[in-house]
Every structure is written in structure tokens, then in C-alpha cells.
Design a binder for this molecule. Structure first.
Ligand SMILES: [Zn+2]
Length: 443
């Protein structure tokens, strides 16, 4: 008799999982390379978007650029029954004490929030940058088209809003254009602080910075591979957390790294033509990006970007020298590739915003025992939980077991010493939270 009861439930789950993946494929298909091209062209046409450039003109400078971005978000909102809250979030920066600030100015971010239906205070954030720079970052008048750096990320963010605003999600999605990146990550710092002050429960930040170049300065042409940068453990962890890691592990299992693994897995599942490349570091060697200020405050955040950069086309005045053409002009942007990376963001935000919150107080036990044991606090909205594990040398969660709607479980015959473990919450449609690395030990 028992089977008869289980069968319809299984059938229901399969049907609902089928619809789930169809929705993800629909989102991928809806992203438009044409619209991304048009938006990058519009941004380039503002001449320079240096954070300290003209704010009065309607055709040139960062003021015109941010007003256009705001109006674009507003028209997207009109098409979805006002589903976006659009506003400026700004902070004042001064020349004094800032080596790369030519004059006092407002650093203005453009924010659009699609409120979640069930968890409005949980936020997944996608960012691009409004600002651009010439060879000299203090030079706010020379043309700085910034087509790839970072009109590509900005256009991708606007396009993701167009696509995802056709759906409703349980958690909130934030689409944001940040400013002041090139002079000191000011816009990201401002919004991170704003999120903290407003008690946002931040699921994670997907910072998109240069998502349109496929021809590397190294000569490699590759329209499949992209990089996911993530710091190993939170920058603001306590000394005690650092000490405990020596005994319990977790050197490569911070919250940003779990977010990176989440994106990696989602892409491998739904966009098999792409090669997501996790890079185990905060950012490129010695360089920065707008996910960092969020990381500084303890939020999960990663950088998504092209795999092959061309340094002749970044932070360069437009010119020709010794037969080499310098400048970040639109001719070098591959819109199909930018479309793919935009889809990467969109499907991950759709998944995260459809998933229940991650389990809390995840504890692990099993010292000198034949089996690994787990306990966790259940979360509202979870249909069940999945235990993940992997060899200690593997970058990805290679093994998993769905264990149903329980709050403890023993993995028989799996010795705690030889693997790393984590637990994710699973929603009724199969969408999963990021994996939580255990933060407690029990005996
Ligand atoms: Zn840059």
C-alpha cells in the first residue's frame, strides 16, 4: 500500500522538476545579444562615464549615463506592473584623503529591486559598473568609452532585469549599476553599507566586470570559458574562527566560495556549452572589483568575468602606437558572449531567488566513528535537505544525498576524516540554497 501513496508524490515531483528546468531554459533563451549591443552603444555614446565627469549635460558624462540607466529600469518596471523599486543610492566622496579623487563629488549608484513574494528581505544582487576611465584615472574629460570595462557588465545587468522581471520570485533580486569603481570601489562600499544598515539578508553578490571580451592579449580566442573569482573565507572572520579551521577544515569553504560553486554547478547543468572556471582568489592578482566591499562586510560575493583579458583595451586612451590600437571601444565586444554571461547571472539569480534559505546551525559529528553525522536547524519553506560531500582535494561537491525533511542524518560508512561536507536546503520545485559548510561540531 505504501508504494501507492509514494507514487503520485514522485510523479508530482518529476513534473514539477521538469517545469523548473524549462523555466531556466526559457530564461537563457530570452536574453538578447541585440539588446545588450544597443545598451553598450548607448553607454559608449556618453563619451566618458568617469565618476568625476560632467553631471549636467544630457548627452555626455556620468550624470547623463546614470539618468539613462534609471529611466531604462523605470521603463522595464512599467512593463511588469511596477515590479521594480528604482532609486539612486549615493555617497559623497572628497578629494581630501583620496589620492585618486580629482574633486569632491557624489558617487551615485542606480538600484532596481524586484521584491520577493515570500522573503522580501532576502536579496540576491547583480552588479555592473556605470563608470569608465581613460589612461589617467584622474582625467575626467577625455573620451573613455569603457565598452567592455564595464558597459558590458552594466548592459548585462539591465538585460537580466528585462528578462527576470517577467517572472516572480520568492526572494528579492537587486539589479544595480555602481559608480566610483575605478577610483576606489566607492559605489560598492556605499551599497554594501546601505545593505548592512537596512539589515538586508544578502544571499550573495554577482559582480559582473568585463563580460564581453573573447580575444585575449595572449592571442587566445575563447567564447566558452569565463572566470568566477571568490575569496576563500570571509575577510571579517574572527580569530577564533581562524583557529578552529586548523582542526576542522574550511580553508577553501567560505560563503563566497560556496556561491562560486553554486554558479559553477548551475552552469554545468543548464549551459553545458560553457566552461565555468573557478579561480580560488578574491580577484585578479593585485587588482580589485566591486564584490570586495561586500566581502569586507561579511557578505558572500563573487566576480564573474571573461577568461581572456586584453590589457591594450582597458584603461587606455584611444590611440595607435607602434601599430597597436589602444582603447576600450565597442568593436572589441562580443555580444553573443556577453549574452551568455548575462544568462549565467540570470539563471543563478532565478535559482537562488526560488530556493528556500540555507539551513542554519549546521553541525557535524563523527570523530573516531565509522560514520559522519549531521544536525541542522530546519528553515521555513524547505521541502527537504541535501547532504553534499567531496574528496578534500576536489573543488566541486561531487557526491550528494537527498535526505528528506529531517534535521539530522548519519551517512553510514562515510568516515569524517576523508571528505569535506556541506548541507543545502531544497525547495518544492527542486531549487537549492547554497551549500553550508558546518560551523559547529558535536560528539
Ligand atoms: Zn576597470
Amino acid at each position: 500500500m505504501k508504494k501507492l501513496i509514494i507514487l503520485p508524490l514522485l510523479l508530482f515531483t518529476c513534473i514539477s522538476l521538469g517545469q523548473t528546468s524549462q523555466k531556466i531554459y526559457d530564461i537563457i533563451d530570452s536574453v538578447s545579444a541585440k539588446r545588450i549591443e544597443k545598451d553598450i552603444q548607448t553607454l559608449v555614446n556618453f563619451g566618458t562615464r568617469n565618476t568625476f565627469s560632467d553631471t549636467i549635460s544630457n548627452t555626455r558624462g556620468i550624470g547623463a549615463a546614470r539618468r539613462w540607466i534609471k529611466s531604462e529600469f523605470e521603463s522595464i518596471s512599467k512593463n511588469c506592473n511596477n515590479c521594480l523599486d528604482v532609486f539612486y543610492q549615493k555617497d559623497f566622496v572628497t578629494k581630501e584623503g583620496n589620492r585618486r579623487v580629482p574633486h569632491d563629488a557624489w558617487v551615485v549608484n542606480v538600484v532596481a529591486i524586484q521584491k520577493g513574494t515570500k522573503y522580501p528581505n532576502r536579496y540576491i544582487i547583480m552588479s555592473g559598473d556605470i563608470d569608465s576611465r581613460a589612461s589617467d584615472t584622474m582625467d575626467f574629460t577625455t573620451d573613455a568609452p569603457g565598452a567592455n570595462d564595464n558597459a558590458s557588465g552594466m548592459a548585462g545587468t539591465i538585460e537580466a532585469a528585462r528578462v527576470l522581471s517577467n517572472y516572480q520570485f520568492e526572494s528579492s533580486i537587486v539589479y544595480v549599476g555602481l559608480s566610483g569603481e575605478e577610483q576606489g570601489l566607492f559605489g560598492g562600499s556605499g551599497l554594501a553599507k546601505y545593505a548592512k544598515e537596512n539589515n538586508w539578508d544578502v544571499i550573495g553578490v554577482l559582480n559582473n566586470d568585463m563580460i564581453g571580451n573573447i580575444k585575449g592579449v595572449d592571442g587566445v580566442i575563447d567564447n566558452r570559458t569565463f572566470r568566477i573569482f571568490s575569496e576563500p573565507v570571509p575577510a571579517n572572520e574572527t580569530e577564533r574562527e581562524r583557529q578552529l579551521r586548523r582542526f576542522y577544515g574550511g580553508e577553501v569553504d567560505g560563503i563566497s566560495r560556496q556561491l562560486a560553486r553554486y554558479v559553477h554547478k548551475t552552469v554545468k547543468t543548464y549551459m553545458p556549452e560553457m566552461n565555468p572556471m573557478m579561480v580560488y582568489r578574491l580577484d585578479r592578482f593585485g587588482r580589485g572589483g566591486h564584490h570586495r566591499p561586500f566581502n569586507d562586510l561579511g557578505f558572500a560575493g563573487i566576480r564573474i568575468m571573461e577568461a581572456h583579458e586584453n590589457y591594450n583595451q582597458q584603461h587606455q586612451d584611444i590611440r595607435e602606437e607602434n601599430g597597436i590600437k589602444y582603447g576600450d571601444v565597442i568593436e572589441h565586444v562580443n555580444f553573443e558572449y556577453a549574452k551568455k554571461l548575462t544568462a549565467v547571472n540570470a539563471i543563478n539569480m532565478a535559482s537562488l531567488a526560488s530556493a528556500p534559505p540555507a539551513p542554519k546551525n549546521v553541525a557535524i559529528g563523527g570523530i573516531v566513528e565509522p560514520s559522519a553525522k549531521f544536525k541542522w536547524d530546519k528553515v521555513e519553506g524547505a521541502f527537504g535537505y541535501k547532504i553534499y560531500w567531496r574528496d578534500t582535494t576536489s573543488p566541486t561537491w561531487d557526491y550528494s544525498r537527498y535526505v528528506g525533511d529531517v534535521s539530522e542524518f548519519t551517512l553510514e560508512g562515510i568516515v569524517i576524516d576523508n571528505f569535506f561536507f556541506g548541507i543545502a536546503a531544497v525547495g518544492k520545485d527542486g531549487f537549492e540554497s547554497p551549500v553550508v559548510f558546518p560551523n559547529k561540531v558535536f560528539r
